[in-house]
Design a protein. Structure first.
Length: 406
């Protein structure tokens, strides 16, 4: 039905275009007349008004008023000039073309609106069937068309009766599948407000927030999963997502705990067991890295105490003995007296992909700066670097005993 309607509108428009083209050809065959000049001036002024509106010189209301006045003047002048034209095209051709164009526009508007209403009525009528197919078809994913129709039907129902938690949850899931994430978030908010303990709402809402991946979204997801696990501590999906959220937030301890429990609950026969075990091993390695700590005590040689800059800044850092000069961890703090003791670990990493736990050996350095910059500058004070093997509980003492030269 829709394609036949569109085809009819297109044919009407084509007919109107054909008549207008014939009119244009016949006009160009005639000598240039005052009517032609008047038309060109009209078009030129029309373009000027449009440009003035685009430049902000005219408001939309002023533009419409100016265009109406221009149209009136153009029609009035043409009525007089047409009497002087000996080879003008008869009105019997112009008006049918105008009527066809108007008819095409009006027809499309009327029948287009009717088509949209028909589609909405279809969505509402087929909602029960679509619900069965979308929710119960485990063999194949629903088509894009069915999802669109299902979403429209659900939205109409929600507008009619306000909906319950289940309906809002279904709409949120459908909007997620259609990648309409703002609609999905809003729907989950409604569902959570109406039924804050429904497992499907908590789990689906958390999953969407995790996929969005922002810091605030991850915090909200962790809270929702915590509420779900209070109801069902052995919920496999909740444990899996809890581990994922903790891992993304750098909470390795919680990730390890969640995934260890998950492996116990699901058993080795579960096809997801190997993937979870691999993720657990990664989280354990990350946790072990954070547990590697280096205690550094920095002392200042007696001979340099009078050269300690006012407002001095102490830098203590670890880098690879061979390789890039970028520190794997660094502590910066103001200092006025010595000795000073600091702790270095992955928590002080400058880059997320270059940490102390990734190194087999640590080169430990200390520097005192007057300008709060780690780069060496004339007058900075430094200690002889020391290299030691990476270990879980290492200690080292550095003595600042030399003046550095840029």
């Amino acid at each position: 039905m829709n394609w036949m309607l569109l085809l009819g509108m297109a044919l009407l428009a084509l007919l109107a275009l054909t008549l207008i083209v014939v009119l244009g050809v016949r006009q160009r065959a005639e000598q240039r007349t005052r009517l032609d000049v008047n038309r060109e001036l009209y078009e030129q002024r029309k373009q000027e008004l449009a440009q003035e509106f685009a430049d902000g010189l005219l408001s939309e209301k002023a533009l419409q008023a100016a265009e109406r006045e221009l149209d009136k003047r153009f029609v009035s002048e043409n009525a007089e000039l047409e009497k002087l034209e000996e080879h003008k095209i008869g009105k019997g051709i112009v008006w049918p073309a105008v009527l066809i164009v108007v008819g095409a526009v009006v027809g499309y508007s009327l029948f287009g609106s009717w088509s949209q209403q028909s589609y909405a009525d279809r969505a509402r009528m087929e909602l029960p069937r679509l619900a069965q197919e979308v929710l119960n078809n485990q063999q194949a994913a629903p088509s894009q068309e069915d999802l669109e129709l299902f979403a429209l039907g659900l939205r109409q129902r929600l507008q009619e009766d306000g909906g319950d938690g289940l309906t809002w949850m279904l709409y949120a899931r459908t909007a997620t599948a259609l990648q309409r994430y703002e609609h999905a978030i809003e729907a989950y908010q409604h569902a959570y407000k109406l039924e804050p303990t429904r497992p499907g709402v908590l789990l689906g809402y958390a999953q969407l927030l995790i996929n969005l991946g922002g810091a605030e979204e991850l915090r909200q997801a962790a809270q929702l999963l915590s509420e779900l696990m209070q109801q069902d501590p052995q919920n496999i999906d909740a444990l899996s997502l809890t581990g994922a959220v903790a891992y993304q937030r750098g909470d390795w301890q919680q990730a390890v705990q969640a995934w260890q429990l998950l492996l116990q609950v699901m058993g080795e026969s579960d096809p997801r067991y190997a993937a979870v075990a691999e993720a657990l091993n990664d989280a354990k390695a990350q946790l072990e890295g954070t547990q590697q700590q280096l205690q550094v005590t920095v002392e200042l040689a007696q001979s340099l105490r009078n050269q300690l800059p006012e407002g001095a800044t102490l830098f203590v850092f670890v880098k690879a003995p061979e390789g890039p000069g970028m520190p794997a961890a660094v502590v910066r703090q103001p200092v006025e007296s010595f000795p000073v003791t600091v702790m270095l670990s992955d928590a002080q990493a400058m880059l997320p992909d270059f940490k102390m736990s990734q190194l087999q050996q640590w080169q430990v350095e200390a520097r005192i700066s007057a300008d709060e910059r780690i780069d060496i500058a004339t007058g900075d004070l430094g200690a002889m670097p020391q290299v030691l093997p990476a270990s879980a509980d290492a200690r080292v003492t550095l003595i600042v005993d030399k003046v550095l030269v840029e």
